[in-house]
Each structure stands twice: as structure tokens, then as C-alpha cells.
Design a protein around this ligand. Structure first.
Ligand SMILES: NC(=O)C1=CN([C@@H]2O[C@H](COP(=O)(O)OP(=O)(O)OC[C@H]3O[C@@H](n4cnc5c(N)ncnc54)[C@H](O)[C@@H]3O)[C@@H](O)[C@H]2O)[C@@H](O)CC1
Ligand SMILES: Nc1ncnc2c1ncn2[C@@H]1O[C@H](COP(=O)(O)OP(=O)(O)O)[C@@H](O)[C@H]1O
Ligand SMILES: [K+]
Length: 580
């Protein structure tokens, strides 16, 4: 699934209208229709959840529908919506998947007429094209048997182009239209709200009538379905302006907007449904759009990394590569151990753990599958020193991948130590934790040799802020741009961790992960990720392929660990390894 910025969306719109010849009003018509469909589905789910469908036995249409929908989708039957921030691509049909004997004649009714008749939705319409989408949606909802009222943020006469056309069509059907500031509106008279105030043309915080209406909508407690994006959301960064619509469902038009794929925007958007409106997806490729939601399909088709990767039946431990973990110190030996075990669980054949000499004895037996190699003299007292770089490079000669950082700590001359490994080792390398801090405090990193092997950096937002020399808040304000710019500039794969981790590739493409759980916000899970990525690199994946597959698997394992524990709060980093 492609993820686009507002600018890219405008380019895609323009291209579709001007080069392909699909009229703008046709796109808006489709937008109105899919928004209405999602409103009807939401109403259906709420009715089904409340037991109304089962109780109502007002003729065959209603009861048939309830049976069909119930059989089609367990979530619908229980009336449970997917969690906030979940994505759906395309229209998940409520009809047609049900009983073996479909009715002889089927229509496109998504909500039984009787249920629709109980609904009265308020459509908040801005004066741009987002408002035009709302006016078009109003017609379809009315046609489905719902009562609808349009509430314009500005005088309807200020609407222009296709939006004006939609305004007139709604008026011609007699759909009541109110204007903010002129007509009194009691939100308690309605059962739901469509937010069609501001879309991708929005700039800055909502002003005037827009701000008033957003606040009133949020305060109403009614379910809100946002058209394209919640009004008040920065479509490119996911930052929330004050005020911002808090939606139950966002019907994202054509392609997923960046701001819906990142927090806090993803939280304000609720359940996101991406619906096609006639803009061909092939255009994204033609226009060079390279930001994707990370799915098994994208992993397979774009990154050549298969989630269900086969393992050769005749393979042996040498077939799957050998990782050298460089980390662990007297007070942080666990981090090195977690990375080491995770690399093995990710499927590599062998792992050697290089660590300060005095730790070898205490840790022998901690992970029987792992080989331990002293990288310092005994005198180093369980900590790393600058001289150990040569020993690490010696060990690396017979290994395939270096994973540097977990539990390393800082020491005198450490930036020079890292540079020695960076330039002295030509194979794939994962750089994490304190090794990233060494990179941040090194002078003139731009002058370091460009590494021939894949280089994967895995900062959390704090480490990223040090790499960039900006505040963590600034990193978080536009994570996709921060990660992509760094990856391209330094020729590395950069994994910006945190909920909705971003994998940015040196070629400028970026992948946004959706697996994972808040249970992973616990010490050591980052070390596990480092081990997984190193284990995948050892098996021959490219830098971006290993990073993206690693991030996806890591999140899935975290979800599984939370399920096994019964609650995310109880997940430990070791549980994530065990769930791999
Ligand atoms: N061909 C197209 O361009 C299509 C556009 N579509 C819809 O159109 C939207 C984009 O439409 P527009 O570019 O007209 O822009 P919007 O409808 O998002 O908003 C622009 C209007 O809002 C005002 N505005 C901007 N920022 C504001 C703020 N902070 N406070 C108050 N008012 C503000 C502007 O003065 C302008 O009148 C998309 O999100 C989508 O919903 C769809 O209809 C599909 C086709
Ligand atoms: N709320 C969350 N949802 C999904 N993943 C999360 C969440 N919080 C943390 N994670 C993941 O857990 C890992 C934490 O890594 P990190 O911050 O480096 O921790 P540590 O240094 O303790 O190992 C990252 O991969 C991050 O993406
Ligand atoms: K909107």
C-alpha cells in the first residue's frame, strides 16, 4: 500500500484529471460514495453490536441482512470495531460472503432501510473540495434512507468548481443546508457526524468557523467519520493542530496519507479505511512514489523479503550465516545476550558474542547455543576499550555480519573505535544503542569511508535526535522525513523505532510498520530487534530487506508475546524472542 504526501496527492489528482482525462467531478462523486458506504457500514456495526438487528424482525430484508452480515464477519457479529489506527484497504464487503444461498436479486443496500431511517447525520462541509466530498456523501446517505443535514462552515456561495456543483446537487434534492454562524444547530438532534471540513488543502491550525465546528463535533460525543483526514490533522506529518477532529473512522481517499500512518495522527483518525476513487495505483509507480505501508505483500514484491521464507531442506549451519555480536559490558551484559539469542531465533546458523574478557566466564552457559569470544584484556574490568577494535576485526574475518552496540557502554576513544570497525569491516553491519551515540559524538562522520556492505542504523527517537542534533520532539514531529533524509544523505538503512517504526532505505524509499504493541515499550526489545536484523542479514537479505522484515517480525512476535501473557504490560524482551 502506497503512502503519499499532500503534494504527491495533488500531483496524482492532476495527472488523473489532465493526462488520463477522468473528470474531477467523477473523482469527487466516487469520494462521496465511498464515504457514505463507510458511514452505512459503521451504522450497521453499531446496530449489530447493540443487538438491534437480531431483535428487529420487521420483514425479510432486515433479518436476511442480519443473517448474512453476521455470517460474513465475526467482528461485525460481535459489533467490535478494529482498534484505533488499524488499516483496511478497499471495501470489505458485508454482503456476498454469507450463506450458501444468496437472495436471487441483490441490491447495494448496506444498511437495512429500517435501520437507516433511525439515523440522522450532520455533514460538516468546508468550502474546499473536502466539503464537496461531504455534499456528495450527503446525497448517497439520503438515498440509502438516512436523514442528513449539511452544515456549511462558510456561506455556501463561497464554494467553487466541483464542490459548488455538489452543493447544488444536494440542494436540488432538498437536503437541508445550514450555515455556521447564521443558523442555530443543536448537535443533540443527530446520530452521527461526517467531518468534511478540511482535507489535504488545509494549512496550519483550523481557524474561525472551522475551529468552532471541530470543537463542537468532538464535544458532541457522536461518532465521527472523517472524509480523507480528520480536520486539524497535518496530513504530511501526523501532527495534531489545536483543535483536531477525533474520528471513529477515517475514510482515506485514493491513497494512505502520511499523517494517518504516524502517531499522534493515527490515534485521531481511529480506524482508517483506504478507498479507491478512480485514481490508478499504477500512477504512484510512474510518479516515483516510494513510501509504503509495510505489509507481507510489500515485503515480498518491493523488498524481495518473504515473511514465510523457505529454508532449504539440505541446508546446514554454514548455509545460514554467522553473526558476530559486539556488545555487553559489566552492567549491561543482558543487552548483548538478548541480541545474540534473537539473532539465532531469526534463523542464522551461528552466533559468536564478542565481549569484555572478564565477562566470558560468568556468562558461559547463559546461552549454550552461543560462542563467546573475549575482545579485551582481562584488565579492562568488564568494560570495552579502544584497543579491542583490532580483536573484533580479527574475529569478524570469519563471520558474515557485525551487530555492534547492545550493552556496549561508552569508553575513552569510543568514536575512533567505531570508525575503525566501520571502515575496517566491509560486510553488513548493524549499529545500535551506544554505538549510535558514538556516531553522534564523532567529528566529521561525513568523511568516514562509505561502507561497501549494508549498514543498518536502529535509533530510537532519542538516539535519532542526537544523530541529527535536534530535539526528540522535532524528530517525532515528522518522523518519515527525518528518517528518509538521514538514510539518503549517509547511504545507510535507517530504522527509526517507536510505534509505527519507519525503515528508510538509502535509495529514498521508506516503509512504515504497523505490527507491534505497547507491550514492547520495555527494556531490551531494541536489542532483540538488532539481533533479528543481524540474523536476517546473515541469511543474505539486503539492508532494507533485513531491516524491514526484521521490524515486521519483531512486532508480530511482540503481539504474540502479549497474547501469550494475556496483557501487553507483562511482556519482557525475552518473551519477544521466545515468540519468534
Ligand atoms: N481532484 C481533487 O482534487 C480531489 C479532491 N478531493 C478532496 O479534496 C480535498 C482537498 O481539497 P482542497 O485542496 O480544496 O482543500 P480542502 O478542502 O482541504 O480545504 C481548503 C479550503 O480550506 C481553507 N483552509 C485551509 N486551511 C485552513 C485552516 N487552517 N483553517 C480554516 N480554513 C482553512 C482554504 O482557504 C480552502 O478554502 C481532499 O482532502 C479530498 O477530500 C476529492 O474530492 C477527490 C478529488
Ligand atoms: N507502543 C509501541 N508499539 C510498537 N512498538 C513499540 C512500542 N514501543 C516500543 N516499541 C518497539 O520496541 C523497541 C524498543 O527499542 P528501544 O527503545 O531501543 O529499547 P531498548 O533500548 O530498551 O532495547 C523498538 O523496536 C520499538 O519500535
Ligand atoms: K476532513
Amino acid at each position: 500500500m502506497y503512502v503519499v504526501s499532500s503534494e504527491q496527492m495533488r500531483e496524482l489528482d492532476r495527472h488523473t484529471i489532465e493526462k488520463i482525462g477522468i473528470p474531477a467531478v467523477a473523482l469527487m462523486e466516487n469520494a462521496g460514495r465511498v464515504i457514505a458506504e463507510e458511514v452505512l457500514k459503521l451504522c450497521f456495526q453499531k446496530k449489530a453490536g447493540s443487538g438491534w438487528m437480531a431483535e428487529a424482525s420487521h420483514g425479510p430484508a432486515a433479518s436476511d441482512a442480519a443473517l448474512q452480515y453476521g455470517a460474513a464477519d465475526g467482528a461485525v457479529r460481535r459489533g467490535v470495531c478494529p482498534p484505533a489506527g488499524a488499516f483496511e484497504a478497499g471495501a470489505a464487503p458485508l454482503r456476498g460472503l454469507g450463506p450458501a444461498c444468496p437472495p436471487p436479486v441483490a441490491g447495494d443496500e448496506l444498511l437495512p432501510a429500517e435501520a437507516a431511517g433511525q439515523e440522522h447525520w450532520l455533514i460538516l462541509a468546508g468550502k474546499g473540495n473536502n466539503g464537496g466530498d461531504g455534499a456528495a456523501a450527503a446525497r448517497y446517505l439520503r438515498d440509502a434512507g438516512m436523514r442528513v443535514t449539511l452544515l456549511y462552515a462558510a456561506e455556501p456561495s463561497t464554494l467553487a468548481g466541483e464542490a459548488a456543483l455538489q452543493r447544488d446537487a444536494a440542494a436540488a434534492l432538498g437536503i437541508p443546508a445550514l450555515v455556521h454562524g447564521r443558523d442555530a444547530v443543536d448537535f443533540r438532534a443527530f446520530t452521527g457526524i461526517v467531518d468534511a471540513l478540511l482535507g489535504t488543502g488545509s494549512a496550519g491550525a483550523p481557524r474561525g468557523a472551522y475551529a468552532d465546528l471541530i470543537r463542537a463535533a468532538n464535544a458532541s460525543g457522536l461518532p465521527i467519520v472523517a472524509a480523507d483526514i480528520p480536520s486539524g490533522l497535518d496530513a504530511d506529518t501526523g501532527a495534531l493542530h489545536e483543535p483536531c477532529i477525533s474520528a471513529e473512522v477515517t475514510v482515506c481517499l485514493a491513497f494512505l496519507k502520511r499523517g494517518l500512518a504516524q502517531y499522534p495522527g493515527a490515534g485521531a483518525a481511529g480506524r482508517v479505511v483506504v478507498r479507491s476513487i478512480g485514481i490508478p495505483a499504477s500512477l504512484c509507480r510512474e510518479l516515483g512514489i516510494g513510501t509504503y505501508l509495510l505489509t507481507p505483500h510489500v515485503l515480498r514484491t518491493v523488498l524481495d523479503a518473504d515473511v514465510a521464507r523457505p529454508r532449504s531442506p539440505e541446508g546446514h549451519k554454514g548455509t545460514y550465516g554467522h553473526v558476530l555480536t559486539v556488545g555487553g559490558s559489566r552492567t549491561m551484559s543482558g543487552a548483548g545476550l538478548l541480541a545474540t539469542r534473537a539473532a539465532l531465533r531469526a534463523g542464522c546458523g551461528l552466533v559468536t558474542w564478542a565481549l569484555p574478557a572478564s565477562l566470558v566466564l560468568p556468562l558461559s552457559g547463559a546461552a549454550p547455543e552461543v560462542m563467546l569470544a573475549p575482545a579485551t584484556d582481562e584488565e579492562s574490568g568488564g568494560y570495552w576499550d579502544e584497543a579491542s577494535a583490532e580483536r573484533v576485526l580479527e574475529l569478524a574475518k570469519t563471520r558474515d555480519v557485525l551487530a555492534v552496540g547492545p550493552g556496549l557502554g561508552r569508553f575513552e576513544g569510543d568514536s575512533g573505535w567505531l570508525r575503525r570497525l566501520w571502515e575496517g569491516w566491509d560486510g553488513p553491519m548493524v549499529v545500535d544503542a551506544d554505538a549510535l551515540n558514538m556516531l553522534s559524538s564523532a567529528d566529521g562522520v561525513d568523511a568516514w569511508k562509505v561502507r561497501p556492505g549494508a549498514t543498518v542504523l536502529t535509533p530510537h527517537p532519542g538516539e535519532m535526535s542526537r544523530l541529527l542534533g535536534i530535539s526528540t520532539a522535532e524528530v517525532q514531529r515528522d518522523r518519515i522525513s527525518a528518517a528518509t533524509a538521514y538514510a539518503v544523505r549517509h547511504g545507510v538503512t535507517l530504522v527509526l523505532k517507536g510505534a509505527r517504526t519507519i525503515v528508510a532505505s538509502p535509495d529514498g524509499s521508506a516503509y512504515i510498520n504497523t505490527t507491534g504493541t505497547s507491550g514492547m515499550a520495555t527494556g531490551g526489545t531494541g536489542d532483540v530487534l538488532t539481533g533479528i536484523i543481524a540474523g536476517l542479514l546473515a541469511q543474505g537479505y539486503s539492508g532494507p530487506g533485513a531491516a524491514a522484515l526484521g521490524v515486521w517480525l519483531h512486532g508480530r512476535a511482540g503481539e504474540e508475546a502479549a497474547r501469550r501473557r494475556g496483557h501487553p504490560a507483562s511482556v519482557l524482551a525475552g518473551d519477544v524472542i521466545d515468540a519468534l
